[in-house]
Design a protein around this ligand. Structure first.
Ligand code: FEO
Length: 407
């Protein structure tokens, strides 16, 4: 297992997980990486660790540079298990007495997660500096980006920002840098990561970007080393700019029609609705939940101004795949959406009403009541869906989706 040199004294020593396909219920179609970094200064410093099953991979990469026992200190920027569950195993090798620098909430979280582990935690917070010898780390707490414990570490001498989850993506590749991977690949994966992981935290992310910009820190950053995916050394300005745009969740003239179907009638309704939206000059993504994972729907939904959700009724309930999607999307707390509900049924027909109620609770704007149809409609009986499309289209802005990563 080879390390990758980031700069003369800084190495990537993380792990590649080509096989992972589920992360927080998010389908990681391209696998993931758990990034950790080794700084070879007077005090040899390890920044973050990896998921527990990959501890030996991390240690083997470190051993290509230096005996792991010579690591003097560890920084834990984020306590979530994908970056910390290898920590106890790593400390067993490098020495449990070595200091682990973390935020106040980080200490609490790490202790709660690794209850039998008495490590030498040292609490640091915003404004604190840790000397590594020739270089140093300045800490900035970034609560809720992604967890309450999260923090950034910035090395002013080298201009490296260790940003934990921020600016990350789930992408397993032997290529470690942004300029080695096509823009549409990193752009889509970064957007998917924001859409599925960071959306509930757009307010703290916005404040953080403002702080980083107004404090002058942004202009000093030459490299961003996140805890997942590619290291940013070429497209820093672009990824920070994209984050600034994405967190605004500005609606565009795009609609996602997402549905499941038992006997193809709700499918017929979804196709009719998609067609009607197209005639209103709305960019439409028609997504069957038999063919699309919830996390791919969420990614499409991110820059859409509207979502139309269709479900048959089964045993007085919403179809399970559609209920799953609603639960997932509710947690992501998307803003600025127009919505509609529809579905066919045989006997009782509760699902569209339940969907309408769920979307209302999410504070989506619903310009028309739900539309449901008993048994199988002929074309002329679908006129209410055309009216739904018109009402939704009228509530959308004229602005089209920027032509970048979502297609
Ligand atoms: Fe990659 Fe919030 O952990």
């Amino acid at each position: 297992m080879e390390p990758v040199k980031v700069l003369d004294s800084v190495y990537w020593v993380g792990a590649l997980d080509f096989d992972v396909r589920d992360f927080h219920g998010y389908r990681t179609s391209a696998g993931s990486t758990y990034n950790a970094y080794l700084v070879m200064d007077e005090k040899i410093t390890l920044i973050d660790t990896v998921k527990a099953p990959f501890a030996s991979e991390l240690l083997s990469r470190v051993a290509k540079i230096v005996d792991p026992k010579k690591i003097d200190q560890v920084v834990s920027n984020h306590a979530e298990m994908d970056h910390s569950s290898a920590l106890p195993q790593v400390m067993d090798i490098i020495g449990r007495e070595k200091p682990v620098y973390t935020s106040k909430v980080g200490e609490k979280t790490l202790k709660a997660q690794f209850r039998d582990t008495d490590l030498n935690y040292k609490v640091v917070g915003t404004g604190d500096t840790l000397s590594l010898g020739r270089t140093s780390l300045q800490f900035l707490e970034t609560r809720m980006v992604h967890w309450p414990d999260s923090m950034f570490s910035f090395c002013p001498e080298l201009g490296i920002l260790y940003s934990q989850d921020a600016f990350g993506m789930h992408l397993a590749s032997s290529r470690r840098f942004d300029d080695e991977v096509a823009r549409n690949v990193w752009g889509y994966e970064a957007l998917k990561y924001v859409a599925n992981i960071l959306t509930p935290y757009t307010t703290p992310i916005g404040k953080l970007l403002e702080t980083v910009s107004s404090s002058g820190l942004l202009s000093k950053i030459k490299i961003i080393c996140p805890d997942h995916g590619l290291i940013w050394r070429h497209n820093l300005g672009e990824i920070v700019g994209l984050y600034s745009r994405w967190i605004n969740q500005k609606p565009t003239r795009k609609a996602v029609v997402v549905y499941d179907s038992m006997w193809k009638t709700t499918e017929k309704m979804a196709a009719h609705l998609a067609d009607a939206l197209s005639t209103e000059n709305v960019l439409v993504k028609l997504m069957s939940l038999k063919a699309n994972h919830r996390s791919d729907v969420a990614t499409e939904l991110y820059d859409a101004g509207a979502v139309l959700v269709g479900s048959p009724t089964i045993n007085n309930e919403i179809y399970p795949s559609v209920a799953d999607l609603l639960c997932y999307v509710r947690g992501l707390k998307y803003k600025n959406k127009v919505a509609g509900a529809f579905g066919s049924y045989g006997w009782s027909g509760e699902a569209p009403k339940l969907i309408q109620a769920a979307l209302t609770e999410m504070k989506y704007q619903l310009p028309v009541p739900e539309f449901r149809f008993q048994w199988v409609p002929v074309e002329s009986e679908l006129e209410p869906l055309r009216q739904m499309a018109k009402a939704v289209a009228a509530a959308l802005p004229q602005e089209l989706v920027p032509a970048d990563f979502n297609f």
